[in-house]
Design a protein around this ligand. Structure first.
Ligand SMILES: Cc1cc2nc3c(=O)[nH]c(=O)nc-3n(C[C@H](O)[C@H](O)[C@H](O)COP(=O)(O)OP(=O)(O)OC[C@H]3O[C@@H](n4cnc5c(N)ncnc54)[C@H](O)[C@@H]3O)c2cc1C
Length: 378
């Protein structure tokens, strides 16, 4: 039976980054991806801030960037708009298939063995290692990394979503639009993200809805040429601890490493995979399995606070009605909230916005009692 120090299940952004980092450190690693082509089928819209990706060493190549976003517009249920510049956030719209291929090439160049078209059926402990069983073969691995995405994420955090890629004259190039409406997108929103040259990724998600129906509502009366239609759930439930148990490690969406506010998971998957690989490598080098617990500790020290804030904001947002949202928008527009959003960090947006506005002002703006805000936070 072939032997690897690490077997990774799932060859998408998290699995490929962790494999790339392990291979870079000279660790033998194999990735199993059930689909025949890396990056396919593409389900993600690829809106990402370049900041965190660059910081963790996985900046997208120019060829993977479809558009740079310069403006964001938030729409209230009644049609009021809050528009802001996004230049300082360095927002790019990626071709996710191409970005995943870039990650795959890097991982292979560094020595990872990436096997496509192979689904892992199960894995079972065998002494101090695992037997990983696929449809075709079995390999032995000292550690298993679960990077299988939403299929292993906790059910309660999953929301149905659908998206179209389309071409139309009315598309506002280099911008994204977010539409709030608790009837059509309960607990989430609809979105239009420009991918340049009058093309866009248009989506809808919400609890307990048929997202295709809400998407049709968003596009009502608009002419467009569809390019692709896809239904795929998003995850907003927050981190799924523990990130490791014995020699089994979770990364990316299977560990819930996704922003609970926007369901954005690309940059967090990359950052978390770099952190996970560092601790897996140290554990292998020291033969001290306890070291692996530092992966979660390290992650929580960097992202734990923002995740908790995002989960609180999500809980609060889900409690709002359309009339609450309309009122909030009116006050936000009146008081020029756009300038506070403009300087925010896209990946740590709640803490930066809260810091800029100040909690007392937020309470004033929202017109809600401090007690109800605090209650929603806990
Ligand atoms: C409609 C939609 C829009 C999105 N838009 C954005 C966005 O604009 N910006 C952003 O940052 N994030 C976005 N996301 C979220 C982002 O796509 C995910 O957070 C990210 O892809 C998670 O990466 P991952 O590697 O953890 O999991 P995934 O990308 O889900 O990859 C898991 C991989 O594991 C493979 N796999 C699963 N089981 C097995 C098995 N048993 N054997 C072998 N292979 C297996 C799958 O085939 C898949 O390739 C969006 C998601 C959706 C659904």
């Amino acid at each position: 039976m072939e032997r690897y120090e690490v077997a990774v299940i799932g060859g998408s952004v998290a699995g490929l980054t962790v494999a790339s980092e392990l291979a870079r450190r000279g660790i033998s690693v194999c990735v199993f991806e059930e689909h025949c082509e890396i990056g396919e089928p593409e389900k993600c819209d690829g809106l990402v801030s370049l900041n965190l990706l660059r910081r963790f060493g996985y900046q997208p190549s120019l060829g993977t960037i479809q558009d740079m976003i310069k403006r964001g517009v938030l729409h209230s249920p009644s049609g009021k708009e809050l528009s802001f510049e996004t230049g300082r956030m360095e927002l790019a719209v990626l071709d996710r298939s191409l970005y995943d291929m870039q990650l795959c090439k890097t991982a292979e160049y560094r020595g990872a063995d990436v096997r496509t078209g192979i689904r892992v059926k199960k894995f079972r402990p065998e002494g101090a290692s695992f037997e990983v069983i696929t449809e075709r073969e079995a390999v032995n691995a000292g550690f298993v990394v679960d990077a299988t995405g939403p299929s292993s994420a906790p059910r309660q955090g999953i929301i149905p979503a659908a998206k179209y890629e389309l071409e139309a004259d009315w598309i506002d190039d280099s911008s994204f639009h977010v539409f709030f409406d608790q009837v059509y997108f309960p607990g989430f929103f609809g979105w239009i993200i420009s991918s340049g040259k009058k093309r866009a990724k248009v989506g809808a998600a919400g609890r307990g809805i048929n997202p295709f129906y809400s998407l049709e509502h968003l596009l009502l009366g608009k002419e467009y040429k569809p390019i692709k239609k896809i239904g795929s759930p998003i995850y907003v439930g927050g981190p799924s601890y523990p990130f490791s148990e014995g020699r089994l490690v979770k990364v990316g969406e299977s560990a819930g490493q996704v922003k609970p506010t926007t369901a954005g998971g690309i940059s967090l998957a990359v950052a978390s995979s770099v952190i996970a690989a560092r601790w897996i490598a140290d554990t292998i080098a020291s033969s001290n399995i306890r070291l692996l617990q530092n992966y979660q500790k390290d992650w929580v020290s960097r992202f734990g606070r923002e995740m908790r804030l995002m989960l609180s904001v999500r809980k609060f947002f889900e409690s709002l009605s359309n009339s609450d949202l309309n009122r909030l928008f009116s006050v936000a527009v009146e008081r020029g909230m756009d300038k506070y959003i403009e300087g925010a960090d896209f990946d740590f947006h709640i803490s930066t916005i809260v810091r800029r506005i100040g909690i007392r002002n937020i309470v004033n703006i929202a017109g809600i009692s401090l007690a109800s805000l605090i209650k929603s936070f806990f």
